[in-house]
Design a protein around this ligand. Structure first.
Ligand code: PEP
Ligand code: MG
Length: 753
């Protein structure tokens, strides 16, 4: 005897639709649903368990078991067969349930007589909402078709539960299920934020689950699949000429899935059973997700991201929802949640409304983190499975310093965060009071504190922080946020406004530092296996001198009659600097020949971020006006550690003897040859690291604007000479890091770090 209903799942789905159309309360509807499934599937028992609190499954409705057990029988995730189905997110098909080692007997349910059991998870968007079970008295093995039928019903149930189709008590239960979640993520941009979750890639709402007309649904699915294939092919074609946000690998994976017979067959079958095309995509995706997550092969787990994206694209083709989160109306206090995000994508958002950012990957020196700090938006990264645990509109609290992240926090936690916010406001006021005070150590050493900038929105920070100048103006940011390549006039206009705003304070413009992870959506891209070591920054500038000369022309035009400071990124050898400077001289000569006003003073500098140049200082320093250490890249190349790989973030420490020793030797060399040296990597923005830099001998550093206050406070409490002596004893230690020694030095002297 089959438990399949005589009319197949379609009949059952039709009946389900009728039940849902009735105006009955949630519990009554659930009771009806289990009765209906049991009757139609010739099962003696049908039960629904829902996850009510973090990791607890509660019996919500049953036909066949003791009704008194409803809302009483509870199992932890992983406990008993039901808990196991929920935990593994996969079906369980047993002809003799009681003999399974996981079987947990619950006398109150009266399930003794039932031998066989088929249970399927109720899944939605990668989460287990509950478990749907049927049981029979006889020893029987349910067929594949029967498993499939129950899974389809579970898909419908999942949508019903999630869309709040149940009445208050059930949706309350659903919300309880989505109880508070606390994650220890990594702090990427300092600050506290409490706000409303906005998904960077919005989930697509499925409005109708059960098909009215199967033929029509099949037609919609086929049309959407062919649109999808065409769009993937188009993207692949375009990538030959243009940079897209997707790399070729990802697109190739898309194409593979878009033509995968198994995937397409399952989609078609799901529609034939009576689901709408959208619900079919969701259902097949749930099943595939569960299967891929069980796979131990990291390749498959990685591919899951691609398949999820593809399924989302297919849903977009079906629903016509094309708006991105950045284009949609944002709440006043949005916290953007993303799997991963590029710097330019963050800049797409309305900055005033974005109060925080959460990414599942991310490192402190990834560009999105740098931009978050530049915009003073608190951000946390490495938030594991964040997207699975949050719903749009959920309350989110995050601490960008400690990495604490809360979804749906309790009022007590919100209070703690509000207090933190108030404390920060107080500290800000304290920093603000220091704004016009000099950054001078207790023993009278002046330290120039500059800010890093790159966009017009950064400029007010100069006066707000009381910084001495702009130590690093990342000119590529203008290129990254523009829809097309900024023209000469637009470049010159930006530089001019920067210089106007800065007034007497020096601004160091860095020429375009593109490539690596700084990609332009409109420029040609060559795929590289090691982009960080690839065709980037000055390498592009020297190979494409027209691009570089345009920028230099714009800088000269903006700085006519004023001082101009230009520095070149990623200089690996003196010859590169000489070639770059030559282009600048050509532009100077051109401007002069045209009678344009020239800068009254021109200073040309070099970023020290590729280790090789450190061994050519004797040749470099006599011919350049200043150098600035780019500690983000220098660290990356020094330790051979990809700055954008979250797995390696904690592997090496900036405060390690070899790195500090190299910096120290660099400073000594610059002192000997009389060339000013600064540092403009993220390292300068953290008070303890900044303290070490002062100890090494740096007298000018450049940092994210929000760091100026805390660093100034540190400087003003420090005895630089004493630290310098202490540090002499640290350079040659065999230690992994001297962080502890430096922190102890600060603690003993009450230096705020
Ligand atoms: C650096 O590498 O330290 C730096 C300041 O430049 P960017 O972070 O823009 O590469
Ligand atoms: Mg760099």
């Amino acid at each position: 005897m089959s438990i399949l209903p005589s009319g197949g799942p379609r009949l059952l789905l039709r009946q389900l639709r009728e039940v849902m159309a009735e105006g009955a309360g949630g519990q009554a509807r659930l009771d009806k649903i289990v009765r209906m499934i049991a009757a139609n599937m010739v099962a003696e028992v049908c039960s629904i368990y829902l996850v009510t609190e973090a990791d607890v499954l509660e019996l919500f409705a049953t036909e066949g078991l003791n009704p008194g057990a409803v809302h009483k029988t509870r199992l932890k995730m992983g406990e008993g067969l039901v808990g196991m189905i929920a935990e593994t997110a996969s079906p369980l098909n047993l002809s003799d349930a009681a003999s399974h080692p996981k079987f947990a007997y619950r006398p109150e349910t009266g399930e003794d007589p039932y031998r066989s059991l088929l249970g399927v998870p109720v899944l939605r968007a990668g989460r287990t909402l509950g478990v749907l079970v049927v049981q029979n008295r006889t020893h029987r093995h349910y067929t594949e078709d029967e498993v499939e039928a129950l899974e389809i019903i579970a898909t419908v149930l999942a949508e019903v539960i999630a869309s709040g189709e149940f009445s208050v008590e059930d949706s309350l239960a659903f919300r309880r299920r989505m109880g508070p979640v606390h994650l220890h993520a990594s702090g990427l941009a300092d600050g506290i934020a409490v706000g409303e979750a906005v998904l960077h890639e919005p989930r697509i709402e499925i409005r109708q689950i059960i098909a009215e007309d199967v033929e029509a649904e099949t037609g919609r699915l086929e049309a959407a699949i062919s649109d999808l294939r065409a769009s993937v092919d188009r993207m692949l074609h375009e990538i030959e000429f243009n940079v897209g946000s997707e790399s070729r690998d990802v697109l190739e994976a898309y194409r593979m899935f878009a033509h995968d017979r198994g995937w397409l067959r399952r989609l078609r079958e799901a529609v034939v059973t009576g689901l709408t095309a959208e619900a079919a995509v969701e259902r097949v995706q749930n099943e595939t997700r569960a299967r891929m997550l069980r796979s131990r092969d990291p390749y498959w787990r990685e591919r899951l991201h691609d398949l999820e994206d593809l399924a989302n694209r297919l849903l977009r083709h079906l629903t016509g929802d094309v708006e991105t989160a950045a284009q949609a109306a944002l709440p006043e206090n949005a916290i953007i949640i993303a799997r991963s995000m590029g710097g330019a994508e963050l800049l797409d958002y309305d900055r005033k409304r974005v109060k925080g950012v959460v990414v599942e990957d991310g490192t402190p020196v990834s560009h999105v983190a740098i931009i978050a700090r530049a915009l003073d938006i608190p951000m946390v990264g490495r938030a594991e499975r964040a997207l699975e645990r949050v719903e749009p509109g959920d309350l989110v609290a995050l601490d960008g310093e400690t990495g604490e992240l809360h979804f749906r926090p309790s009022p007590e936690i919100v209070k703690v965060f509000d207090e933190k916010l108030a404390l920060r406001a107080q500290r800000r006021a304290q920093f603000h009071a220091l704004r016009d005070e000099p950054a001078v150590t207790l023993d009278g050493t002046e330290i120039a504190l500059n800010i890093n900038a790159g966009l017009l929105v950064d400029l007010p920070n100069l006066s707000e922080t009381g910084a001495d100048g702009i130590g690093l103006f990342r000119t590529e940011l203008q290129f990254m946020v523009a829809p097309t390549m900024p023209r000469l006039a637009a470049q010159a206009e930006l530089y001019k406004r920067v210089l106007d705003e800065a007034g007497p304070r020096p601004v160091t413009f860095r020429t375009l530092d593109l490539g690596g992870d700084k990609i332009l959506p409109y420029a040609p891209q060559r795929l590289e296996s090691n982009p960080a070591l690839g065709w980037r920054a000055l390498r592009i500038g020297l190979d494409r001198p027209a691009l570089m000369r345009y920028q230099l022309r714009a800088l000269l035009r903006a700085a006519g009659g004023r001082e101009l400071r230009v520095m070149f990124p990623m200089v690996a050898e003196v010859a590169e600097f000489v070639a770059a400077r030559e282009l600048l001289h050509k532009e100077m000569a051109r401007a002069q020949a045209r009678g344009q006003p020239l800068p009254v003073m021109l200073k040309v500098g070099v970023m020290i971020e590729v280790p090789s140049i450190v061994w050519q200082l004797d040749q470099l320093l006599p011919i350049c006006d200043f150098v600035s250490v780019g500690s983000n890249d220098l660290m990356q190349f020094f330790f051979a550690v990809d700055r954008s790989n979250p797995r390696l973030t904690d592997r090496y420490d900036l405060l390690s003897p070899p790195l500090l020793k190299m910096l120290h030797q660099l400073v000594l060399k610059c002192e000997t040859l009389g060339v000013p040296i600064g540092l403009c990597g993220e390292m300068a923005g953290r008070p303890l690291e900044a303290m070490a830099l002062v100890g090494i001998g740096f007298r000018a550093i450049s940092m994210p604007p929000a760091s100026v206050g805390p660093v100034k406070l540190m400087v003003r409490s420090l005895h630089a000479g004493e630290l310098q002596t202490v540090m002499e004893g640290l350079y040659d230690l065999p230690d992994h890091s001297v962080r502890a020694q430096l922190a102890a030095f600060a603690a003993e002297r009450n230096i705020p770090i």
